[in-house]
Structure formats: C-alpha cells, structure tokens
Design a binder for this molecule. Sequence first.
Ligand code: TTP
Ligand code: MN
Ligand code: MN
Length: 767
Amino acid sequence: MSRASIWIFDVTTERLGGGDSIVLWGLRSDGVVTPLVDTSFEDHIYVAGLDVEEVRERASVAAAGRGRIRVEPVRRRYRGVELEVARVSGEQEAVKAVAKALDNVADVFEADVRLSQKYILYRGVKPSRWYEAVYEDLERPFYPGAARLVELNEGADAPPPSLKTLALEFITLSRLGSPDPDRDPLVAVALYWGEEVEWISGDERSLFERLSEIVSELDPDVILSFGGNRVFYPYLVERAGNLGVSLRLGRYPGEIYQSVLGHFSIGGRINVDLYEYVDDSPIFQMKTLEELTAYLGLSQPRVRLDPHLYAHYWESDREALREYVGWRVVSIYNSFEVVREEVVSLSAITGIPMDYVLTSSSGRRIEFYVMGEAVKRGELIPPQVERRVRSYQGGLVLQPRPGLHRDIAVIDFKSMYPSIMMRFNISPETVVEGRVENGEYFEELGLSVRRDIEGLFPSVLGLLLSKRDETRRMMEGLSRSDPMYRVLDARQRTLKILANTVYGYMGWGAARWYSAEAASLVTFIGRRMISRSMDRAREMGLEVIYGDTDSLFIRHDPAKVDRLLGWISEYLGMEAKVEKVYRRLLFTSAKKRYAGVYDGVIDIVGLEYNRRDWCGYARELQGEVVAEVLRAGGVGRSLDILREYVSRLRRGEVPLEKLVIWEQITRPLDEYRVNAPHVEVARELARRGWRIGRGVFIGYVVTRGEGPIYKRAVHYLEADPSMVDVNYYIEHQLIPVVHRVLEPLGVPRKRVEAAARHTGRGLDAFM
Ligand code: TTP
Ligand code: MN
Ligand code: MN
C-alpha cells in the first residue's frame, strides 16, 4: 500500500482485463506519472415513465449476454418535480443495450453522459486538482507506475506540479490550402520544450519514426499545437496510414485517435490546441497565432509568412521558413505558459479535463458544472436533443441622438443578468407557463416563477459568485509574485466568465437545460429595469442620450447621477456604477455604433473599423478620422486625411495586404445562394483542389475589369498591385468609412466624394 499527493490531469475509461476501468491519470509532486485504476465504478441510466417491474423485464432481455445489470427504484427530481424512476446499473455494454432498447418506450436519462464523465460527476472527483491517494500494486500494470486505487481524498489547494510541455509545429508541402494526406508530404517538424528548437526533417518515413521517438524520450505531459485538432492530427493520422508507418505520440494506448467533438486523444497526455483558445474568443478576428501572441504581450515574428505559401518558401527561401516556423513553435510554447493557469482553472472548476476543456464550447463548460450541481441535488440530467430555437426579445436599445456630445457618463448595472436570475429565482425549472401558487406572475409574458423551490441556476450562480469573492479574499494576503496569486487570479476571472455564460446558455438550442421562457424573462426584467431607471433619470432632470441593455448614457451631472445610483440600489435592488465618462462622444444614427474618448482612451464600437470584412486600409483611415473628430470636436482635418489616403492609394504606395478583404466561409459552398465575392473566390479555389471547409477565411482583392464585383474578386495570393481597382477602393471603401463618421456632423456624402476627387490629379481619375 502506498500513499501520495497526486494531481489528476485526466480521467479516462479503459477496458483493462475485460471490465470497465476508470483511469485517473495522476502526476505526483515529483513529476512521476501515476495512473490509478478504479474498477469499482459502474455505468448507469435512469428510466422514467415506465413501471419498475417492466423496466426490469425489458432490461434483462436487452442485457442478456452482455453483462450483469441491476434495476432498482429510486426517487429523483426532474425539472424540480420529484418522481420515482428506475436506476439501471452495471457494465457499460449491458447498460448501453438497455438504454437503446428502452429509448422508444420510456424516458431514458444519462445514457448520453460518458462513463468517465459520470465518474467525475458522481464521485465528485474533479481533474486539475490535488488529491491524497492510497493505492496498491496492480498485478499487471498497463503502464509503468500504474496502480490500483484504494482511497482518494481531496488534497491541498496548491499550484499544479510542473507539467512537461512540448510544442509541435509542422511543415507540409501543401500548395492548395490545408494539407491533404493523399497528396502532400510532411517535410519537417519543429519541436520546442523550453530549450532550443529541435528540427526533424528528411525522408518522410524516418521523420514519422523520429517524431515518435523524440516524443517518447521526452515523455511530455502536455502536447501543444496551434490547429492540431483541426488540421494537423487528422492529416498526420491519415498520412501515417498511407505510408504504412506508425505514429506513436501517446503514453497509452499509444496511438492517437479522434474522439468526441473533433478532439484528438493522445493517450495519457494532455492535448492542448491553442487554436481552440483563439477560436473561442471574439477578441481574435482572424484566429491567428500572431493575434494571440500580440494579445498576450509576446514577441511578433520578424518576417511573417503566409501558411499557404510554405511549399513555396520550402523551395525558394528555406531559411525564412525555418525562422518563421521556429518563431511559431516557440510562441505556441510561450503562449501556453501565459494561459496555463486559465486552462487549469477552467478545468478544475468545470470538471472537464484539461485535455478537452478548450475543445468544449462555453455552453458545454458551464453545462458540465451545472451537471455536477444537479447530481448533488438528486436532479436528473436532461438529454441532449436537437431542437429549433425559439427567438425572444433581447435587451432594450435606445435610438441614439446622432452627433457629437460632451461629458457623457455611462451608467452600467453590475452583473445585470446573473443578478436578475438570482434575485428573481429564474431557472429553467422555476419558470412555468401561466399562474401558479407560490409564484410570481409576469402578466406580459404569461409566465410565473416558482418560489417554493430554489432554482438550480440561481444556486449555481450563487456558488460561482461566492467562490469568486472567497478567491479574491484569499488573494488579498498574497504578493503578486506568489505562484498561488496567479492561480487564484485566473480562478476568479474564470468564475466570473462562467457566471456570465449562464444566462446565454438557457437560450442556446443545444443546451440540456434549454429554456427560452426563462431566458426571455431575464431580458424582460432587464428591459423593465433599464426603462424605469431612464424614467427616473429624466424625472431628476438628467438628460439621457442613449442606452443599451443595462447601460444609460447620460449628460454628466455628478450629484444627480449619484442620486440615481442610490435610487437604483434602493428601489430596484441592483447595483449600478459609473463605468466611464466620455469627454467626447460621437453617435451615428444607428444603434450600437459610436465612438468616444475618455481618459485618453478611444473606444470605437460597431463601426467598419471593427470589422475584418472591410480592408485594413479603410479601417485605418476610419480610425484616424475618428481620432481627429474627437480631438477637434468637429470635422477638423478629416477631409485632408481622406485626401492623403486617396493619394497614397493612387500612387500605388499601399501594400496589397492592406487592401485584402477577409470573409469567413460559414457553410458548405453549394449552400450559398448569393453571388458574394468571397464565395466566388472560394469556389474558384475549390475547383482547383483547395479544401475549403467551414470556418476558413477567404481573403480577396477587387481588381479592375468589367462586370460585378464578385466576378472581379481575386484571391489575395494571386493578385498583384497593378491589378487593383483603385476606384473601387476609393468609392466603396474609403469614402463610406469617412462618411459614416462625418454624416452625424452634417457633412453630406457629396462633400466627402468631392474631397476624394480633389487629390491633385484630374477629375477623370475618379469614376
Ligand atoms: P455587461 O454590462 O457587459 O455585463 P454585466 O452587467 O453582466 O457585468 P458588469 O458588471 O461588468 O457590467 O452586459 C449586460 C448584460 O448583457 C449581461 O448581464 C448579460 C448580457 N450580455 C450577454 O448576454 N452577452 C454578452 O456577450 C454581453 C457582453 C452581455
Ligand atoms: Mn453591466
Ligand atoms: Mn452593459
């Protein structure tokens, strides 16, 4: 018998010696991998809507020959209602067969929760945390150091052990988009684990072998990539298959294989694909490693090469390619160093192993946390079903008054939707149609909120927010350089992010706890609160310029604003704060499109400046014009700035990359009914053998010639500066972005057009 502190980094289901085993992949504090095998855990489902005796009969038929099962009546709750259900437990294969057999005649619960997930939920063992484990030798350890779990208790709240991390980046000779395993060879792999970049290249078969060898020698706990799950692992697995070589990256079972959600499992290791980190966040428009490193404050590459041109550089400038790919592999490693605490805390709080917590959508992350709380309350986990979503009204957005305003205070409610859910007990199971006893009725929606039970979601929110407070208190005594400070800081941020996804989760079609009713009630109460606050502000003599969801933009009057905040806290029971005071603020005539300056910071919201489907040159121009208008408090030099931009474009001084317009392909190409330029370009690439999947960004340039724009759009890799349709860019990119900003100041489009024309060249240069 041995005892040790272990940090669990993954929980998996294996079939070792016949039966179902749960393997807790543990790391001891000295870094030794210790997989702990637990054979005591059984699979189960719950069956409702059928007499227990009948369940027993049907189950024994269905399970025959697949393993032993047990059927017992138990009391559980479903959506807040207590009921008697049958619990069917036993070996996974037998339980699965029962679930399948009963699916048409009864309501089956938790058949769609994987065994390793059930272990986490029902045993309360969360990954990415420390445990005190008692274990004994296995007769036939499947992995060196593997042992049988005897006892497991919660361990210290301490930073994780050091994780051995290896970053990988691949060079394939693909000339047509992402690499094709039937066509494009793998020519080099860059590896980095914190020392020097290691390269392997040469004969492809030995390259695969060498890769497997190095990984096995280094034995990393974490394998990092940027795009591994989406691009490289599917390619590598197939390519290795085509070549008849084996690719061994895992500890056990050794091979890598595709599991759920497009995630690749690398046995016994944590596969972290940082593309998924970037893909998840709206901060990153183009989903590139460069954006990630810039955001994290890490170095940028000296030369930036287009990933589509690797094959070209491999022939023409291998040194530049090595430098760039070397930068990438180091940057992947360094980026993980910065976001590691965040990933760890996301995993430890939600209970989703680090290995696929980034692959999971934010909805699935909060859902897993809710599943854990549901289990604690004896509440059944609703199945995942396909459904059509019901749309409902969102937050209240006021019509802005276009023009330039001075000294505008933005008053914003603190955690508005989470606070509403907690205060009104709003949860998928507490919001019901019609009037109920012990409920609060909302006439306008015909919905009531039950008050006789505490809602699951309000209690989840309460837990998340109280843990956040507790975490922040724990940080108070620590210095910023303490490793625990970083751990706690990541934890409190993660708790806030999770709390903020709870409301949106209820309105998400794929949610197990979907409830458009509950979500619609939240926004209804939000609208009511903001309009009451607006009325109150006006009664107090405050001038309301604009409002959006939970904010009011008010001409600043510190004393009155203070009184308004007091009223909000006293009469609405909510906390609001002055978020910022814009010294100057420019509203366009459209909602959610404005720009302002406060404390020297310029905010630009909803304008072309923020959109990647406008070319970089136009966006840059709009940014300058906005800054000028806010500085000058009027049109100022704006039209001169436009003239300079037009002249530089006419003189051919603008690099092509600034004229590229980026749009994302969001569905299969044959489903597009419109003739959009990016779709035309994508179709042309596809005809030539490019593999254009969903999510691919298409960059194009508009060139001179006859016919509609979509026929003159050319992929950016095939365009050269002489082909650019300068007039298109002036008329449809530069003039509109400037007009958008100057129109609210009363400048007509004609004046903007005239300025663009008078750039020193003759009128005929334009149109
Ligand atoms: P915010 O004011 O941005 O957020 P908040 O009120 O929750 O938090 P803070 O204390 O920082 O102001 O947005 C108001 C509400 O709008 C928010 O409670 C929920 C909703 N909302 C979403 O549903 N999705 C989003 O992406 C954002 C930004 C807000
Ligand atoms: Mn708010
Ligand atoms: Mn807000």
